[in-house]
Design a binder for this molecule. Sequence first.
Ligand SMILES: NC(=O)c1ccc[n+]([C@@H]2O[C@H](COP(=O)([O-])OP(=O)(O)OC[C@H]3O[C@@H](n4cnc5c(N)ncnc54)[C@H](OP(=O)(O)O)[C@@H]3O)[C@@H](O)[C@H]2O)c1
Length: 173
Amino acid sequence: MTQISIVVAFSRNHVIGRDGDMPWKLSTDLKRFKALTMGKPLVLGRKTFESFGGRPLPGRPHIVVSRGAPIAVAGVETAASLEAALARAERLAQDLGVDDICVIGGGEIYRQALPLADVLHVTHVEADIADGDTFFPPISDDLFEKQEEHFVPAGERDSYDTRYAIYRRKKPR
Ligand SMILES: NC(=O)c1ccc[n+]([C@@H]2O[C@H](COP(=O)([O-])OP(=O)(O)OC[C@H]3O[C@@H](n4cnc5c(N)ncnc54)[C@H](OP(=O)(O)O)[C@@H]3O)[C@@H](O)[C@H]2O)c1
């Protein structure tokens, strides 16, 4: 079965976004994000897609969830619900021969996808962000267990230290 993986970075107080963007620069984490998601279908909300400047990330088919008009951009499909997006992404993953679908935000999509996710790739950003406006929901210990975690000190082009952790669903869906 195709795995549903959530990929997210959030602060100590669970902030993921501010004013339509991310409130940090994490170059080291972006490299890890790229390696993790390359070649896999991405499911994302319309506002997160807009935060990319209307251009998809290269090498990954995008399924954008929106109740609005289809987005006419090469490499991008639009789905009218999260369920439709996940179903389409699963077919694409099978066609591409990859094992997972990556759900990459933002807040509205994470909230709906968390109960369905098998794996969470979380970059814990070691900061409290006071003026965030978009959040990641709490991760329930009953549903998910942390499988590994490692500390990543801030490099020259990173705003903060981070801890990269992988959580896995305790019981299969
Ligand atoms: N830190 C991180 O890892 C991370 C990752 C991604 C994004 N972000 C940040 O998160 C923020 C954006 O998150 P957000 O919560 O504002 O928006 P979002 O989740 O990216 O997109 C919301 C939009 O998705 C569509 N949508 C949501 N649920 C739907 C459903 N069930 N059926 C159909 N369409 C649905 C709607 O689009 P329409 O209005 O077109 O109908 C809605 O307006 C930005 O600040 C971004 O930078 C952070």
